[in-house]
Ligand binder design. Structure first.
Ligand SMILES: C[S@@+](CC[C@H](N)C(=O)[O-])C[C@H]1O[C@@H](n2cnc3c(N)ncnc32)[C@H](O)[C@@H]1O
Length: 331
């Protein structure tokens, strides 16, 4: 289902049903059938998950948002001018707090005509869109409540001279098959005058990475642990699953050779879980891991090669020196 409405000068588009947007079901079915079983990244984000993610970004040890903000503040002008883009398309918009730095630079150079946010979790994006509509009343502001798989074909041909951005480490959170699907769909969506800006994390010192992802796993308010368990609660409400969070234990592993931080949820008992809406039954043995977060730390040269194989050319890149967040401008 596609519906469109306009309120407070924001055009709102919903792709799919409001309950399970986009082409989510097959992706979840395939992930749960993999070994180890994998819950796609998007299920971290319902209203509760988005709020917990915001809390994680404020943990002092969690360096990526600080590094990215610093990078954008230093180079947003250059990014705006080099792309010459008149529309900012924010893929996985969230609160769009850092996207606002880019929108602001585009506006300062007289470029900003439109902002389009895309997200499976509509709440924070709606608040951001309202903020943008107030700040830039002449710009066309649109929110697309949908997943990348559905939104990118929808965006194809709907505009030109766009800067398609993916911030907040979202790109690194796409597991390799999701990343390939995403890049293919993004390439098809982009016209000759569009640019892409990807922000991501380069390989970091092991201790810093471990500290960043172990923060919030325990203590008075273990927000990373809550975020992990909320993924199961999200599947219960969206798919009629019967995960009992009390029978699962989240852990975080930094796999140094693979440059992957993996958020895993361990089944503490042998148990059967039913996912009613998928008519699927999962038998878990004691200690079996469900992968709910795979966060890739990239090697710049490998990534540029990977992007080229999908038809993207890196025009310029920037790296924040202390925590090594990188931004790649692609055409
Ligand atoms: C890591 S957060 C980043 C949020 C924001 N861009 C930032 O910089 O803080 C990832 C965002 O992408 C959204 N998201 C995750 N998977 C998605 C998918 N498949 N399609 C659309 N949005 C998705 C989440 O709801 C979340 O808001």
């Amino acid at each position: 289902m596609t519906s469109q409405s306009s309120e407070f000068d924001v055009i709102r588009v919903v792709l799919g049903s409001p309950h399970v947007v986009g082409g989510a079901e097959e992706e979840l079915r395939a992930g749960l059938a993999e070994r180890p079983r994998r819950i796609p990244h998007r299920y971290g984000y319902d209203a509760t998950g988005s709020a917990l993610f915001e809390e994680i970004t404020r943990l002092p040890a969690y360096y990526p948002p600080r590094s990215e903000r610093r990078l954008l503040r230093a180079h947003a002008d250059e990014m705006a001018v080099l792309s010459g883009a008149v529309e900012l398309v924010d893929l996985g918009a969230g609160t769009a707090e850092k996207s606002e730095i880019l929108a602001s630079a585009m506006d300062a150079h007289g470029l900003l005509r439109a902002y389009t946010g895309v997200d499976v979790s509509p709440g924070p994006m709606a608040a951001a869109a309202h903020r943008f509509a107030v700040r830039w009343p002449a710009a066309r502001i649109t929110t697309v409540h949908g997943d990348f798989a559905t939104a990118l074909p929808w965006l194809q041909g709907r505009g030109t001279g766009r800067l398609m951005v993916m911030l907040g480490g979202t790109f690194g959170c796409l597991a390799p098959p999701e990343r390939a699907d995403f890049l293919r769909a993004l390439r098809s969506c982009c016209g000759p005058r569009d640019h892409v800006l990807l922000c991501l994390d380069l390989y970091d010192p092991v201790d810093t990475v471990r500290r960043a992802y172990e923060a919030g796993c325990a203590g008075e308010r273990p927000v990373r642990r809550m975020f992990a368990l909320n993924t199961l609660a999200h599947l219960n409400s969206a798919y009629g699953a019967d995960f009992d969070p009390a029978c699962f234990e989240p852990t975080v592993v930094y796999d140094v050779p693979l440059r992957q931080v993996r958020g895993e949820i361990r089944s503490t008992a042998r148990q059967r879980v039913t996912v009613a809406r998928l008519a699927m039954t999962i038998d878990l043995v004691e200690d079996e891991m469900l992968l709910h977060d795979v966060i890739q730390k990239f090697e710049l040269r490998d990534l540029v090669g990977e992007l080229a194989s999908f038809g993207f050319r890196c025009r310029r890149h920037w790296v924040e020196e202390e925590f090594r967040c990188a931004a790649l401008l692609l055409s």
